[in-house]
Design a protein around this ligand. Structure first.
Ligand code: HEC
Ligand code: HEC
Ligand code: HEC
Ligand code: HEC
Length: 303
């Protein structure tokens, strides 16, 4: 008798789980977003979208990426959606420099990193710990431009399209990072502190293995957050261990100066540091690399 009851209970559990599974499969998040896009599209244009609901993707073979971001970001190339909320909003600068990076060739993750194949908000936008590279949004996206635009570090080049990176570059020069750090991109070769030249090409895991996150204010344990808080207060994040019992274990706090940076300045320096890429790691094919010096020419015919 007991066995029968147990069997009955188990069947109910199994059926329930099956139900949840079927429901999830039938209404994944992305379908909800695509459906809402269609309704907005119909409202705006009076015509219906003819294609059926489907996962959309840019398969970027030469760079080994499959980006499905447009499955939810359906309005990304439609100027009619400029004032809609995310994920429907038109991409910024669509008619500006984005014309030089067409979505069907560049996809999204070459600039935004993140998990191109994931299809839920949690896995694309949250802090996903197994990911080598977290999604770059807002001004942080400027840390990706230097994968291809190597000339951005040139001291007399100013790009209005990458303001925060430019601010970081200027600050790095003014504050003299090159007195302690080797940064090949700006021509410094000091050895008082770790080399920074390929900082932006590290994976989250590689960074985590070498850094202590225990003193961060934020619970968001990413490389970006560590850098930011370290800029705000280096001695708090790397206090050393001056009071250790055994004199051999005593280490002084970091010598990196605390400049009393504003939040914006710390962000600019974080973007700068994350922009320092190693071309051998990024492996961007030649067809994706711009011709050096093309920018001045572009500025002339920009509207
Ligand atoms: C499952 C649907 C979905 C997918 C897939 C998706 N997004 Fe989003 N995205 C959203 C939603 C919803 C928002 C607004 C809410 C939020 O920020 O979480 C958003 C916001 C954003 C933002 C601005 C918000 C921020 O974090 O500042 C960026 C940038 C972005 N997405 C880029 C991407 C990229 C790049 C991909 C592909 C790697 C991607 N998204 C894939 C649904 C999606
Ligand atoms: C050439 C690099 C590049 C590519 C390719 C690119 N983006 Fe962006 N994207 C940016 C930059 C830079 C910003 C921030 C612009 C700003 O704040 O002015 C941005 C902003 C956004 C935003 C607005 C929210 C935010 O972070 O400011 C969304 C959403 C977004 N991108 C999604 C996408 C999706 C989806 C794709 C692929 C279809 C894509 N992007 C391709 C560079 C790129
Ligand atoms: C994967 C490589 C790649 C990345 C990443 C990239 N670009 Fe580009 N970009 C190009 C290529 C290639 C061109 C030249 C296209 C042409 O000449 O038609 C270009 C052209 C441009 C231009 C026009 C001026 C010029 O020099 O030709 C601007 C402005 C620009 N990119 C800004 C950005 C910004 C800002 C970012 C970062 C958010 C970025 N790019 C990221 C490859 C890239
Ligand atoms: C007086 C020397 C000195 C100056 C100047 C200096 N740093 Fe540092 N920096 C250090 C030392 C020492 C470390 C290693 C200990 C630590 O993490 O604080 C370090 C660590 C770092 C790290 C973490 C690197 C890693 O792999 O752990 C970054 C990023 C960094 N500095 C960026 C900068 C930037 C950007 C500037 C200029 C705004 C700068 N530093 C100026 C001495 C300096």
């Amino acid at each position: 008798m007991r066995k029968h009851i147990l069997f009955g209970l188990l069947s109910v559990v199994v059926f329930f789980q099956l139900g949840v599974f079927v429901y999830r499969e039938a209404t994944p998040e992305w379908k909800v977003y695509q459906q809402a896009y269609r309704e907005k599209f119909l409202e705006k244009t009076g015509t219906a979208v003819s294609a059926s609901l489907a996962v959309k993707q840019v398969w970027n073979e030469s760079v080994g990426r499959i980006d499905r971001c447009t499955t939810c970001h359906v309005g990304i190339d439609n100027p009619l959606f400029a004032n809609e909320p995310q994920p429907y909003t038109t991409h910024p600068n669509l008619k500006g420099y984005m014309l030089k990076h067409p979505f069907d060739k560049f996809g999204c993750t070459l600039c935004h990193e993140g998990d191109g194949q994931a299809l839920t908000v949690e896995r694309t936008h949250g802090v996903v710990h197994h990911l080598d590279r977290q999604l770059l949004a807002g001004v942080y996206t400027q840390a990706a431009c230097t994968k291809c635009h190597y000339d951005l570090y040139s001291p007399d080049l100013y790009w209005p399209e990458a303001k925060t990176l430019m601010q970081g570059k200027t600050l790095a020069k003014e504050l003299g990072c090159g007195a302690c750090h080797t940064i090949r991109q700006v021509g410094s070769d000091a050895t008082l502190a770790p080399e920074l030249s390929s900082m932006g090409s590290l994976t989250e895991l590689a960074f985590k293995l070498l850094h202590d996150f225990s003193r961060l204010e934020s619970e968001n344990h990413t490389m970006r957050q560590w850098e930011w808080e370290h800029f705000k207060d280096p001695q708090k994040i790397v206090p050393g261990n001056p009071g250790a019992q055994n004199p051999k274990d005593r280490t002084p706090p970091t010598i990196m100066p605390n400049w009393g940076l504003t939040d914006d300045e710390a962000t600019a320096l974080t973007v700068f540091v994350l922009s320092l890429r190693d071309p051998k790691v990024e492996r961007i094919p030649r067809a994706y690399l711009p011709k050096i010096g093309a920018h001045t020419e572009y500025l002339q015919y920009r509207p």
